[in-house]
Design a protein around this ligand. Structure first.
Ligand code: SAH
Length: 248
């Protein structure tokens, strides 16, 4: 069981697999005013940077579940590196339907809401592991500017304009789900660049090291087209943020 190999290649050097910098991740952690010992469940935990750095900085404990064996391995190494191996655990597996036995003070899904079939389903899934008075974190794209055509939406790698909402619409949708929005930290163009542009050097190096791999053609095609596609579409039209929600 694993994710499509292209992500394990293009994001192999990423610690954060979303448009946040380490500073923004730390800002988010600080904004939540976490009590030491708070338990966090993170679905689609990637390389574990949120749990590992927050364990170090805010003394949280937690569990991450991720379907990439590479990212899960990297998360375990990062926990060792930061000296928080006893506080956080990383499980390689499908997080769809994952409900923890022990309730958590924070339940999170950052940049992987397809795990619950979209934002609504993911909020409902995260609710089931949440202790009363806890915080749900959702990391999700939104339209910075509404695309003028479906072609532009596709250029942003969305299926259609309807796949995402504008920021006010997204916030209103959380409210309609019965959630108070209690905090948010948003990506900006510079932090988007750290996510997207970092893939290009990784792909270039991978191509040099793997000239005979069956993925070579596909990776080469991505490296040829991604910078211009990203600058034309995603960078101009797509926002991303993490929203902290508490059930009303
Ligand atoms: N939250 C992390 C990773 C976001 S990228 C971060 O912000 O750094 C999306 C992640 O979802 C990837 O790590 C991918 O491996 C994981 N993923 C995709 N489908 C999944 C599934 N069904 N169950 C668990 N993880 C999944």
């Amino acid at each position: 069981m694993d994710i499509p190999r292209i992500f394990n290649i293009s994001e192999s050097a990423h610690r954060i697999h979303n448009p946040f910098t380490p500073e923004k991740l730390a800002t988010l952690g600080a904004s939540l005013r976490l009590a030491p010992g708070t338990r966090i469940l993170d679905l689609g935990s990637g390389s574990g940077e949120m749990l590992c750095t927050w364990a170090r900085d805010y003394k949280i404990t937690g569990t991450g579940v991720d379907m990439s064996s590479l990212f899960t391995q990297q998360a375990k190494l990062r926990a060792e590196e930061l000296g928080v191996y006893g506080q956080v655990e990383f499980i390689h597996g499908d997080a769809a339907g994952y409900v923890s036995e022990e309730k958590a003070g924070v339940t999170a899904c950052l940049g992987a809401t397809w795990i619950g079939g979209g934002v609504v389903g993911t909020v409902n899934l995260l609710k089931q592991s949440l202790s009363s008075g806890g915080i749900i974190l959702i990391g999700e794209p939104y339209w910075l500017r509404l695309p003028p055509s479906e072609e532009v939406a596709k250029g942003c790698l969305a299926g259609s304009i309807a796949d995402f909402l504008t920021l006010p619409e997204l916030l209103a949708s959380f409210s309609r789900l019965g959630c108070d929005i209690v905090e948010m930290v948003l990506a900006d163009q510079d932090s988007w660049d750290r996510y997207e542009a970092a893939k290009w050097l990784t792909m270039r190096r991978w191509l040099e090291e793997n000239p005979k791999d069956e993925m070579t053609k596909g990776v080469r095609a991505q490296l040829d087209t991604e910078p211009v596609r990203y600058a034309t579409y995603t960078r101009e039209y797509l926002g991303w943020g993490v929203f902290a929600l508490m059930l009303r």
